[in-house]
Design a protein around this ligand. Structure first.
Ligand code: 1HN
Length: 349
């Protein structure tokens, strides 16, 4: 091969860059490797929130401000590598919300989609577009984009849930709209259980038309999810990388219940160790049952019930369950799949 002639030295180039900067131009050849890395190079790492450490602060926040004054009394789970961004991963927001007995979180709506995953307590409700649902530990509840929602706790105990929102994604598109309701509590127009009856029994109303991507089911109760996992585990061997893993589904489309965020539940049998796995979707995990250890790259996270942790994009992950364990997780996988971006590496398994 003949050597390429060098056209000019470093000083001449620097001078050139300064002159084109006056026209808001910059040379691609100086940044191309960073712009198009040969494999994902996430600028964030794993993170872990131990519920035993977090819970006292959550309860302290309950004495500091009411749910009504706060609008939403939430401690954001901010990835330490993304300080100041309120992000758990570059595309996902996560937070732990506390609502005390007798409190309400007033009605509002926004274009960001939200999920709730109930971490502690039982008996608070959320209302979404005219229907209430009572929430229990392990339930997965959705608030689709632009739907009115308010919460209230009519039980005698504090309720804590994980909020997952697509805030960074909506921000990237500059597509945020939000408004407050006229009243704190929205008008209820449908009986409790109505959407469950119409959409969650393996049936759909005969003339149902898909009007939006989000699921018409808004509470996926843990009792059903747990039974499905138990029966699946009794019926066959676990997947080497996932254990027994299911994804939540919008029955009208077959897609994810929330178009921007995929949601998953997996059971790891006692003593089970997963094979190394990685995928391009950064993931937030909530421990529902059991104890174990997750290795992400070189970091080892020892977790138990109600802990939360982050698995970054394309980092190799293995789980080991010391007792039978159940993990809820959410990620940006559905968007990546729609854009033909999502990849996984099962390490040959
Ligand atoms: C929100 O509306 C809720 O409705 C929770 O419970 C967390 C974080 C940012 C913006 C809106 C809720 C939120 C949020």
């Amino acid at each position: 091969m003949t050597a390429e002639p060098v056209r000019s030295g470093a000083n001449a180039r620097r001078d050139f860059y300064e002159r084109i900067a006056t026209l808001s131009m910059t040379p691609l050849w100086e940044s191309m490797h960073q712009l198009v890395p040969p494999a994902p190079a996430p600028k964030y790492g794993p993170a872990h929130w131990d519920y035993a450490q977090v819970r006292p602060y959550l309860m302290e926040s309950g004495a500091l401000i009411t749910a009504k004054e706060a609008i939403r009394r939430v401690l954001i789970l901010e990835n330490p590598a993304l300080k100041g961004t309120a992000c758990a991963t570059p595309t996902l927001y996560a937070g732990l919300q506390l609502i005390l007995p007798g409190e309400i979180a007033p009605s509002h709506r926004h274009t960001q989609s939200a999920l709730r995953f109930i971490v502690e307590g039982e008996g608070a409700y959320t209302a979404v577009d005219g229907e209430r649902t009572i929430m229990r530990e392990g339930d997965f509840v959705i608030t689709p984009s632009w739907t009115w929602h308010d919460h209230g706790n009519e039980s005698s105990k504090p309720m804590v849930w994980l909020d997952g929102l697509d805030i960074p994604i909506v921000a990237m598109f500059n597509a945020s709209f939000a408004e407050n309701g006229a009243q704190d509590e929205q008008v209820i127009t449908r009986p409790q259980g109505d959407s469950d009856a119409r959409y969650a029994a393996g049936l759909l109303p005969v003339d149902h038309k898909v009007a939006r991507q989000a699921s018409p089911i808004f509470n996926y109760p843990y009792a059903r999810t747990r039974e499905a996992l138990a029966r699946m585990a009794a019926a066959g061997a676990p997947d080497p990388c996932h254990g027994h893993k299911l994804r939540y589904v919008n029955p009208a489309t077959g897609g994810a219940p929330i178009p921007t965020m995929g949601t998953f539940m997996q059971l790891l049998p006692k003593g089970f160790a997963t094979a190394p796995y990685r995928s391009t979707d950064g993931t937030v995990v909530s421990v529902v049952e059991g104890e174990g250890e997750t290795t992400i790259g070189k970091e080892v996270i020892a977790w138990k019930k109600r802990d939360h942790f982050i698995v970054p994009s394309w980092m190799t992950v293995t789980h080991k369950a010391s007792s039978e364990a159940v993990l809820f997780s959410f990620s940006d996988r559905p968007i990546q799949e729609r854009l033909d971006l999502w990849r996984e590496d099962r390490g040959g398994k």
